[in-house]
Design a protein around this ligand. Structure first.
Ligand code: NAD
Length: 364
């Protein structure tokens, strides 16, 4: 029995987590699902988008399955997503981008993984809480120089440390090694855009020497954007700082059928949280319309993380088969309007497929 924290989140999150749990349970996995609140709704109810109780539940669980959380622009709180990743020190975000045969894409055969930093650069470092030592040090330095921050300018802090980059790079090379991948492409503007990016590339390159079996290359971030929309098949694992990583991983989701197909995970040394790449798509909330496959594929990553490789294979095979058949899919990936079904119908069909494959294996 696994203890799994479930965060329904906001917008389409609750219906997607319900759908994902139904599909994961079809594999026969034995889980205790402990629901915990996070996001804009939690802020409205408790005045805190990431209540301490939620973090405690996530810390004490074997893994967490998380729906998307809304960040209202200009809201008086720090994004729930940044907060839980920083608070739980989930330093690496992993987003596999695979074009399943049958999905509409200009790039069949794309199968790459985006790994980005979660806790430095803009993803974490740029958003340190006001009281953090980094923020305080910078504000103090500006004050000391007799130059208060002017009201018509903003200072955004992006940080890169050798320690933080080394553990992220080790994670990425290890990921490549243990997942049958051969090349890691580091995307930064190494030609001199910023000290931060030069340090990021230098540390990644140094760390790559510990992994002589994995090729390491640098692609300038602008050239990487160009190459990704011309020949994404040439990439294997992309390793990016948080800011670029957030943009490139959405671009890569677009290469393989859209956000509805892009699962993901956040890993730390001891904890892991599994969530789709997409957000809470408020306009589709409660309409039984959004694609549950991204969260279901995130659930497959969770099963793999728990050591349930057979169950993970079953879930991924069911998604692949359903997409290839093209008869029961949500609006964003269905090949014809006749094939369009709702969130729950798609999930029910996946669960049936998984049960059929289990029964077939049992009979053999
Ligand atoms: P979004 O990903 O929620 O939606 C963008 C568009 O993508 C949607 O309008 C829809 O057309 C499509 N889409 C997204 N998910 C889909 C799905 N499962 N099935 C079908 N179509 C889907 O991005 P947004 O509109 O920029 O953000 C909405 C909210 O989500 C914001 O408050 C944002 O902060 C938040 N957000 C949360 C996360 C997270 O929790 N990890 C990630 C990104 C954005």
């Amino acid at each position: 029995m696994y203890n799994i924290a479930v965060i329904p989140g906001d917008g389409i999150g609750p219906e997607l987590t319900e759908a994902a749990i139904a599909v994961l349970e079809a594999t026969g996995i034995n889980c205790h699902w402990q629901v915990a609140e996070m996001g804009h709704g939690a802020w409205e109810r408790y005045g805190n988008p990431v209540p301490a109780k939620t973090l405690a539940t996530m810390r004490s669980s074997d893994a967490s399955l998380k729906g998307p959380c809304t960040t209202v622009r200009g809201a008086p709180y720090r994004s729930a997503n940044v907060t839980f990743r920083v608070e739980l020190d989930l330093f690496a975000s992993v987003r596999p981008c695979k074009a399943y045969p049958g999905v509409r894409t200009l790039f069949p055969g794309t199968d790459l993984v985006v790994i980005r930093g979660n806790t430095e650069d803009r993803a974490g470092g740029g958003q340190f809480p006001a009281g953090s030592p980094h923020t305080q040090a910078i504000i103090q330095a500006v004050r000391n120089a007799g130059k208060p921050i002017p009201l018509d300018a903003a200072l955004s802090l992006a940080i890169c440390t050798r320690a933080g980059t080394t553990r992220l790079a080790r994670f990425a090379f290890n990921y490549a090694r243990t997942n049958g991948r051969h090349k890691v492409t580091v995307g930064v503007k190494a030609g001199g855009a910023s000290h931060m990016e030069i340090l990021f590339w230098r540390v990644c390159e140094e760390t790559s020497k510990e992994f002589p079996d994995i090729e390491c290359e640098n692609e300038a971030i602008d050239a990487l954007c160009l190459q990704l929309v011309r020949r994404p098949q040439r990439f294997d694992v992309l390793l990016l700082p948080g800011g670029y990583g957030g943009l490139i991983s959405d671009l890569c989701a677009g290469l393989v059928g859209g956000l509805g197909m892009a699962g993901g995970a956040n890993y730390g040394d001891d904890l892991a949280v599994f969530e789709a790449a997409h957000g809470s798509a408020p306009k589709y909330a409660g309409l039984n319309k959004a694609n549950p496959m991204a969260l279901i594929l995130s659930g497959a990553l969770m099963l793999r993380h728990l050591g349930e490789a057979r169950a993970a294979d079953q879930v991924e095979a069911a998604v692949a088969a359903q997409v290839a058949e093209g008869q029961c899919l949500t609006y964003d990936v269905a090949p014809t309007s006749k094939a369009v079904r709702g969130t729950h119908e798609v999930a029910d069909e996946l669960a049936k497929r998984i049960r059929r494959s289990t029964n077939k294996t049992a009979r053999l």
